[in-house]
Design a protein around this ligand. Structure first.
Ligand SMILES: [Cu+2]
Length: 468
C-alpha cells in the first residue's frame, strides 16, 4: 500500500459509485457478481528491508493489506477467501455491526474455513479510522494471529466531510520475528507502588521482536513521506502490533490530535509525542513548517535502529534524516476531553484485572474479577439503551490496551480525573491505574471485551457480554 492517498484519488474512487478503492482485489468467481470488498488471506513475502524478507500471512498479497475505503451507512458486500490451511476470523475493529460478521469466535461470528470462501454484507459505521485484522488465538504459536501481517486500514468516510488538510497519510506500525523473553518492559512513568505480593512465582513469558516497521518497511527502506512546506498533513496512525504499546514523535513538528480511534475529540490539542496502545488509532494534523529530512519514529533508540520509523522528506530537501529526542511529556487522554463530569450511569460494573504469574518458561494467566475466560460461562447481560460505567481497575504491573467490540465508549475518568466526550474502542490502562468508561450498547447480540495484547487475550483476559 502506498503511504500517500490524496484527496483526489479518493474522490475519483467515490465517483465509481462504491466509495471504495481496493488495490489488487480479485473477482469471486464467474458465477457471482464481484464483491465491493475482497480480502484474500494467504502467504505473503514482505521485503521489510534490503535483503530482508519476512514470510508471513497477509491480505491480498501485501503488508499491510490494501486500504479499504467505505462510506458510512452505505452497505457493501464482502468476500473473504482463505488460502491457508487453518480457519480464520476477520474482525472489523471499531465498527458497530452485527455479531455474525464482527469476526470473533466468542461472538459466534462466521469463520472462513481453511481454503474456504465466505460472503456477507455489512453496513459500515461509525465513520473514521477503523481497521481489519485476524481474531484467531495463536496461543504459543508466534506465526499466527496478530503476529502475522493480517491487518489493513479501513477508512469510513462520514456522510459529510468537513476535514481541512492538503494530504492524507496512513501509517501502521508492526513488529516482526517475535521471540520469547523473560525481560519485562519498564514503564517510563511509574504508577503508584505495587501492593505487597503474596505470590512469589516469577513472571512468565514476554514477547520481544527483532524487526520493527511502519507500513511494512524498516526505517530507511520504504518510500519517504513526501511533504511540501506549508502543507497541513493529516496522519492516520494505527498501532497494528500484536503485543507492543508504542510512542511516536516527529522532531521539529507537533501533532495536532484531532481524533482518537477514529472519533473526533472535543478539544484537538498539540503534542510532541503520540502514544498508542495495541490497536489504538490516532488522527493528527501536522503543519509542515520546518523544511528538511526528518525521522518520524519511536523515541526508543533500540527499536528505532531496528526499524520503527519512516522518513519525512520536504520537497527539494535531501541529506541524512534527522532525529532529535523529544521531550518526555506524558500522554494524557483527558487533555482532548471536556473537563466536566459525564452523566450518571444506570449501572456501574467494576472490572478488576489480575495476573497469575506463570513462572519461568510458563505463560502468565490473566483474570477479570478473579476469573479467566471460560467459554462455558454464561455471558453477562447488558440492556440496549442503558448507560453502563465500566471501571477498569488494573491490579497488575502491566499496561493493558483493553478493547470492547461492536461499541464506542466514552472516557469518564482517567487516573482519578473526570473527563467527558472522548469516544474510543480501545484504552490503555497502565499498571496499577484505574480508568472508567461509559457505554450505552447500541446493538443487541454477543459483545466481546478483551485485552488487545495477544498473549494476554489468549491466556484468559476476556469477558463476554450479551446485549438484549
Ligand atoms: Cu493485557
Amino acid at each position: 500500500m502506498s503511504a500517500q492517498a490524496t484527496r483526489r484519488s479518493f474522490l475519483s474512487g467515490a465517483a465509481l459509485g462504491t466509495g471504495l478503492l481496493l488495490a489488487g482485489c480479485r473477482r469471486s468467481g464467474p458465477s457471482e457478481t464481484p464483491a465491493d470488498v475482497t480480502l484474500r488471506i494467504g502467504n505473503v513475502l514482505a521485503d521489510i528491508a534490503k535483503d530482508h524478507t519476512i514470510s508471513t500471512i497477509g491480505y491480498n498479497g501485501s503488508v499491510p493489506g490494501p486500504l479499504i475505503r467505505l462510506r458510512e451507512g452505505v452497505p457493501v458486500t464482502v468476500d473473504l477467501f482463505n488460502d491457508t490451511d487453518a480457519p480464520e476470523l476477520v474482525h472489523w475493529h471499531g465498527q458497530i455491526i452485527p455479531a455474525e460478521v464482527d469476526g470473533a469466535e466468542e461472538e459466534r461470528s462466521l469463520p472462513v474455513a481453511a481454503h474456504g470462501h465466505l460472503r456477507y454484507r455489512l453496513t459500515p459505521s461509525p465513520s473514521g479510522a477503523r481497521f481489519v485484522h485476524t481474531h484467531v488465538m495463536p496461543m504459543a504459536d508466534l506465526a499466527r494471529g496478530t503476529y502475522t501481517g493480517q491487518f489493513a486500514f479501513v477508512h469510513i468516510e462520514p456522510k459529510s466531510n468537513p476535514g481541512r488538510y492538503d494530504q492524507e497519510i496512513f501509517l501502521a506500525t508492526h513488529e516482526w520475528e517475535p521471540f520469547y523473553t523473560t525481560a519485562e518492559e519498564e514503564e517510563e512513568e511509574p504508577g503508584p507502588p505495587p501492593p505487597q505480593k503474596k505470590d512469589e512465582t516469577p513472571n512468565g513469558w514476554e514477547i520481544g521482536y527483532q524487526r520493527f516497521t511502519i507500513n511494512g518497511k524498516c526505517l530507511g527502506h520504504g518510500e519517504p513521506v513526501g511533504v511540501k512546506e506549508g502543507q497541513r498533513v493529516l496522519f492516520h496512525i494505527l498501532n497494528a502490533s500484536a503485543t507492543e504499546n508504542i510512542k511516536l514523535a516527529l522532531p521539529g513538528h507537533r501533532f495536532q490530535v484531532v481524533a482518537l480511534d477514529g472519533n473526533p475529540v472535543p478539544h484537538p490539542a498539540p503534542v510532541d509525542v503520540l502514544e498508542l496502545g495495541t490497536a489504538e488509532r490516532v488522527d493528527a494534523i501536522v503543519e509542515m513548517r520546518n523544511p528538511g529530512v526528518w525521522i518520524l519514529g519511536t523515541p526508543k533508540n533500540d527499536d528505532r535502529s531496528n526499524g520503527m520509523g519512516i522518513v519525512v522528506e520536504y520537497a527539494n530537501k535531501s541529506g541524512t534524516p534527522r532525529w532529535i529526542a523529544p521531550p518526555k511529556t506524558p500522554w494524557d487522554y483527558t487533555m482532548f476531553g471536556e473537563s466536566r463530569a459525564a452523566p450518571n450511569p444506570d449501572e456501574t460494573i467494576p472490572l478488576v484485572f489480575g495476573k497469575i504469574n506463570g513462572g519461568t518458561g510458563g505463560f502468565n494467566r490473566w483474570t477479570i474479577n478473579g476469573k479467566s475466560y471460560d467459554a462455558k460461562d454464561e455471558p453477562r447481560l447488558l440492556h440496549k439503551g442503558q448507560r453502563y460505567r465500566l471501571i477498569f481497575d488494573n491490579q497488575t504491573d502491566d499496561a493493558h490496551p483493553v478493547h470492547l467490540h461492536r461499541n464506542s465508549f466514552e472516557l469518564t475518568n482517567v487516573w482519578g480525573k473526570p473527563t467527558a466526550g472522548v469516544m474510543k474502542d480501545v484504552v490503555l490502562v497502565k499498571g496499577f491505574r484505574k480508568i472508567a468508561v461509559d457505554v450505552t450498547p447500541a446493538m443487541d447480540g454477543l459483545t466481546l471485551f478483551h485485552c488487545h495484547q495477544q498473549l494476554h487475550m489468549d491466556y484468559g483476559f476476556k469477558l463476554l457480554f450479551n446485549v438484549v
